[in-house]
Structure formats: C-alpha cells, structure tokens
Design a protein around this ligand. Structure first.
Ligand code: GDP
Length: 434
C-alpha cells in the first residue's frame, strides 16, 4: 500500500494555506477535526483542528473518496490560516498520524499512476503553473485537457491498423497480399504525414512554452538598453528576469500581445575597448544564434559608422528588423533601407516595432493542438524515424518491428509505454504540493 502523504499546496505567505493529504489513511485526519459529523464527500465544512486537546487552527475541511479525487486516492484538503506558525503546526499534527511529507509532484504522479490523467496532461500541470503569457497558458490548458493524448491516439490508431495489415500479410502471405500492398502503405503514409505535421507545428509552437527569442543588437550607445527598458515598460508586464552567469541581466521575458517573448540585450555584455568593431560583430553573432528575430538598432541622429555597416552586413536576412532609434532627434544617419523608426526616449514607434516583431516571427497561436513539450517533440522525432524505416523495410517482419518501435515512442508521450525512471525525472521537476 502506498504511504499517505501530505504537503502544503499553496505558496507561503498568503492569508490561507491549502494543505493536502492523499492516501489510503487520509481519513485519519478526521480524528484531529471537530466538525459536523454529517459532512459528505466534497462538502467543505468549518472545523477545529486540535492535537491532544490543544487547538491548532480554526479551518475549513473537505474530503474526497477514492477514486473521485485528484490523485484517485482518498484525499483531504484543509484550508488553514496562512502563517508559517500555523502551517508548521498543522504539518506537525499530520506527521503524528504516520503520514509522510509528499515528494515534488507526488500528487500529480499518483494521479497519473492511478489513471486520472495521461502523462502528457500531467506534464502540462507544471506548464499551466509556469505559463507567463496568455498564449502559453491557453496551450498548456489545452494539453491539460488531453489535447496531446488525442493527437497521439489518432496516430496510434493508424499504426495499429497498419500493423494488423502487416501481421495478416505475414500470417497469410497469399490471401493478404493484395490487402497489404494497398491498405498498408496508406495507413503508414497517413501516419507519417501526421507525425511530420505535428513535429513541424511543434517546432513553431515551442515559443508558446519557451518564448520567442528576440535579440537586440547594435554598436554601443545606439540605445539598446534604453529600447529594452522601454519595451519592458509599465504597460508590458515583466515576467521573469533570467540572470546571466557572469554579467548583469541580459535576458528578460515579456508578453507581447499574449505571446511570451525573451528579449536578449547584448548591451549587458561587458565592453572590451580594443577591437570594438569585431567584438560588436561577435556579440551580435552570439545573440543571433537561435534568435527568432534580430533587432538591429541604429542611432538615427548620427551618420552610420563602420561598425553599423558591419552589423548591417552581418545581420542581413529574413529574421532581421532594422530599428532606427532616437527618432526624436534631428535625423542624420543617412540610412535609406526599410526600418522601424522609434524613440526609446519618448516611446514613439514601439507599437509598430512590436507589430513588426510579431509579424516577422508569426508565432504559433495556441489552437489547442500544438505540442510544445521538448520531451514530446523528441519522442515524435524518434517515432518518425522508426516509421520512415518501416516504409523502406525490405521484410515485412522488419516493418512490423519498426511500427512497434514507433508505437513505443508514441506511448512514451502519453505514458502508456514509459520507463519508471522517465516518470521519476518528470515529476522531480514539479513543485512540492502539486
Ligand atoms: P546602448 O549602449 O546601445 O545600450 O545605449 P543606451 O541605451 O545606453 O543609450 C545611449 C545613450 O543614448 C543614452 O544617453 C540614452 O539616454 C540615449 N538614448 C537612447 N535612446 C534614445 C532616444 O530614443 N532618444 C534620445 N534622444 N536619446 C536616446
């Protein structure tokens, strides 16, 4: 029998703390509660929680009977007062019942193991919690509702079909031959096309989870930092600050029209004065690596320098936007190419820049079917490789093995076919209480 576990599920410092208990012995919590004895499952009642006659808190309590609970086990949730003293004392009281503190993600892990949700939905729980832009949240919520499982199941159905065709051809080579030649390639080909499309969409959709990478490059003093600050301005929520390892913050996450965007500012990188030109170019190159959009900032108030020219050369291509900053000053750059005029100082042109970034990157919007999880994408790629092998296999036996292999990789996404160690690694990254 699994241990009965407990953990605070709400953040520290709120007015109310939610403490969850799950497991076969969860009912024992009732021994600590003075409450209306007619309480039914899912009914929240006022209760006094005491240990050895001493009042610990005045709280609200609700219980869920297995399997109709988040974890699929008996559960009790206590809404207690939020102070650390109260929470510690309540947790101490629960420990006296022989329960143990829950590991990270253990409630959700149990929900998965008890069949309350598939693995992809369980993983989406953390994405919902971590979502820092509207589109990220929509996508995570769709996955929590089983969107990934639905996509995977539809491919699995095609593959099981292909597999039974192959098996029939192996068992009865003569009768099934015509069937095999026609039906088999069709379901296999459809499955390959589906997985291929899912991967392509997932690659575009990854930004919903990780953020669109926008690099701000330019020579010193053109106004990169000012522009970055203007973009992080009060009307655009700063969500996270990711500290660089050896330097100041160079990477900030914002939400542009609901799309998560990581602004990468090269201005935070320390100056080395000699060979400044080359350093500027190298810096731009670094920032551009993996960037979805590169904003090359020029100072519109002074003539272009050699370094500006070098950066214009270096950043040439489809993912670049030239930003002519300091549009509030007299114009003297002489730059005649296509550009967005902005003033980091007055804020003028920032909306146009935002629109240009979104138009250029054309980020995937959460439509409820995009796969965004890196682990899922890797499994899809492995499944695709196996299916391509099946397509070109000389022997039916080999084709069957390849299709089974692909099914295994697909099953690792939803958790129907996954190692315990993979499951452990997934839930280790969860927070306690979830
Ligand atoms: P960086 O080295 O590219 O990060 O440039 P900074 O953001 O530090 O800006 C360099 C100088 O230009 C600072 O004195 C800013 O105040 C000034 N500056 C930046 N943007 C503007 C702007 O839009 N208009 C004006 N007039 N000055 C600006």
């Amino acid at each position: 029998m699994e241990d009965t576990i407990y953990a605070p599920s709400s953040a520290i410092g709120g007015a109310i703390a939610i403490i969850r208990v799950s497991g076969a012995e969860a009912d024992k919590v009732k021994l600590l509660l003075d409450r209306d004895p007619t309480q039914t499952p899912r009914e929240m009642v006022h209760a006094r929680l005491s240990l050895s006659g001493e009042l610990i808190d005045d709280c609200m309590a609700v219980y869920f009977s297995a399997p109709r609970s988040y974890t699929g086990e008996d559960m009790i949730e206590l809404n207690v007062h939020g102070g650390t003293q109260t929470v510690q004392r309540v947790l101490g009281a629960l420990a006296t019942l022989g329960f143990r503190p829950a590991d990270c993600g253990e409630f959700t892990k149990r929900a998965f193991l008890n069949g309350k949700m598939d693995l992809s939905a369980a993983e989406a729980v953390m994405d919902v919690i971590n979502a820092d832009a509207e589109q990220s949240l929509k996508s995570a919520l769709a996955q929590l509702q089983g969107s990934v499982k639905r996509e995977i199941t539809s491919v699995e159905t095609l593959l099981l079909d292909a597999l039974s065709g192959i098996d029939a051809a192996i068992d009865y080579p003569d009768e099934a031959e015509a069937d095999t030649l026609e039906a088999l390639p069709e379901s296999l080909t459809s499955a390959i096309a589906r997985v291929d499309a899912m991967i392509a969409k997932a690659r575009r959709g990854r930004v919903l989870r990780d953020g669109l990478r926008v690099a701000i490059v330019g020579r010193p003093n053109v106004g990169k930092s000012s522009l970055m600050n203007a973009m992080l301005g009060s009307d655009r929520a700063i969500v996270t600050a990711i500290a660089g390892t050896t330097r100041d913050i160079i990477d900030e996450k914002i939400s542009l029209d609901g799309v998560p965007v990581r602004l990468i500012d090269t201005a935070g990188i320390r100056e080395a004065n000699d060979e400044a030109e080359q350093i500027g170019v190298n810096r731009a190159r670094d920032a551009m690596t993996g960037a979805d959009v590169v904003c090359l900032v020029l100072d519109a108030s002074v003539p272009l320098t050699e370094q500006d020219e070098a950066l214009l050369q270096e950043t040439q291509g489809g993912t670049r936007i030239v930003v002519l900053n300091k549009s509030d000053l007299a114009q003297a750059s002489g730059y005649a190419g296509e550009a967005i005029r902005v003033s980091a100082k007055s804020g003028e042109g920032l909306d146009a820049l935002q629109n240009a970034i979104l138009a250029l990157a054309a980020p995937e919007r959460a439509d409820g079917t995009t796969i965004t999880n890196e682990r899922h994408i890797r499994a899809l790629e492995l499944a695709l490789a196996a299916l391509r092998d099946a397509e070109t296999a000389d022997e039916l036996d080999c084709a069957a093995t390849d299709v089974k292999n692909a099914l295994h990789h697909l099953g690792s996404i939803t958790g129907t076919d996954v190692d315990a160690s993979v499951i452990d690694r997934i839930f280790e990254r969860f927070c306690v209480g979830k």
